[in-house]
Design a protein around this ligand. Structure first.
Ligand SMILES: [Zn+2]
Ligand SMILES: [Zn+2]
Length: 347
């Protein structure tokens, strides 16, 4: 009788251990699957589009200079002149996901389109806050513009920046800002998409880091477990090369621009005039000719340059493209809705 009891007890302990092990294995499997899913879901690209490419006044087929980026379903716009919403609609990226608008400076051709665009974003059903970035004073200016667009179904947040080289983070966009040399304060922008190293399960196992902490470490969290501390760099490989896009418009060339745009995958730059003979006019109006933009691209060792912000008087920018390409061969003439997808180099 006694031995039967013991037998059942032993069987009970065996079954208990078995189920405990199985459930622990399932939990481990769950964490590992999460890691695999996260690796697979990682954004590996950003879309960039020129929304308009004109300076001063919008023309038929050449709206005012503006660019848009789209990353992981979050859209960012730089500048919003008159008619920006028209060409943005033609691009077909929609309005609801517009999370951020960065303004270079307070000239009408770069922000007079805001009230109409904000109303359209409202009509698209957006209710989440939208952030507007610009020089200190942007909140006041947008407040005045909103006299004609008072009711919006979303909140507007502001990031007001001082006129110095600075940076801010907008979701997954790391924004750098550079003061330029225009008739009024003007900012150049660089968007950087950073990328951490890949999760190394082998290293995590080697260091006996409990599987339940893996995905937290992968997300950059540091874990304290009793007297043990686990940091992301214990399990993440070296940081992988990110993506950089620079946007410089309404300025004379400056000494700090090459460093600011250095190594950009894409450099979007103004060229109000194509002809080198217009250089004195460019100096007078605080703008650039194509060859000056190309000189910056060369010094900054960027991969590719797109020209934009053409004078309305320049009907055929293609006549002057060689003046830029002779200095920086990988120059393209921007046109409305020219777009590209930039993919991370390292998988
Ligand atoms: Zn302008
Ligand atoms: Zn301007």
């Amino acid at each position: 009788m006694k031995s039967t009891k013991n037998l059942w007890r032993r069987r009970g302990v065996y079954l208990h251990n078995l189920f405990t092990n199985i459930s622990q294995d399932y939990i481990k499997l769950y964490y590992i699957i999460n890691i695999i899913i996260k690796n697979a879901e990682e954004t590996d690209m950003i879309d960039i589009a020129l929304i308009g490419t004109g300076g001063m006044v919008p023309l038929q087929n050449r709206y005012l200079t503006s660019m848009a980026a789209r990353l992981n379903g979050s859209m960012l716009l730089i500048d919003c002149g008159e008619g920006t919403q028209v060409t943005l609609k033609q691009l077909g990226w929609g309005f609801k996901n517009l999370d951020y608008i960065c303004i270079t400076h307070f000239h009408a051709d770069h922000l007079a389109g805001l009230p109409g665009l904000l109303l359209t974003v409202g009509n698209s059903g957006r209710t989440e806050p939208l952030t507007i970035v610009g020089l200190t004073g942007i909140k006041n200016i947008v407040g005045h513009l909103r006299v004609i667009a008072p009711e919006l179904p979303f909140e507007i947040k502001f990031v007001e920046l001082p006129p110095v080289e600075t940076s801010c983070i907008l979701g997954e966009y790391n924004i750098s800002v550079l003061p330029l040399d225009h008739r009024i304060y003007c900012f150049g922008y660089a968007l950087k998409i950073n990328r951490t190293g890949k999760f190394d399960a082998g290293r995590a196992k080697q260091q006996e880091i409990p599987v339940k902490f893996w995905s937290k470490l992968q997300n950059g969290e540091t874990i304290e477990d009793g007297d043990k501390k686990y940091a992301p760099d214990m399990v993440l490989g070296p940081a992988r090369k990110g993506i950089k896009v620079a946007y410089i418009t309404d300025t004379r060339p400056t000494d700090s621009i090459p460093q600011f745009i250095s190594g950009a995958d894409l450099f979007i730059c103004e060229g109000l005039y194509g002809d080198d003979e217009k250089k004195s006019k460019a100096e007078e109006h605080m703008h650039m000719v194509f060859s000056e933009a190309a000189d910056l691209a060369k010094k900054g060792e960027v991969k590719e340059m797109w020209l934009t912000h053409y004078s309305p008087a320049m009907t055929s920018p293609e006549e002057y493209i060689k003046t830029a390409q002779n200095i920086f061969p990988n120059t393209k003439l921007g046109y409305d809705r020219l777009n590209t997808t930039i993919v991370f180099e390292e998988k």
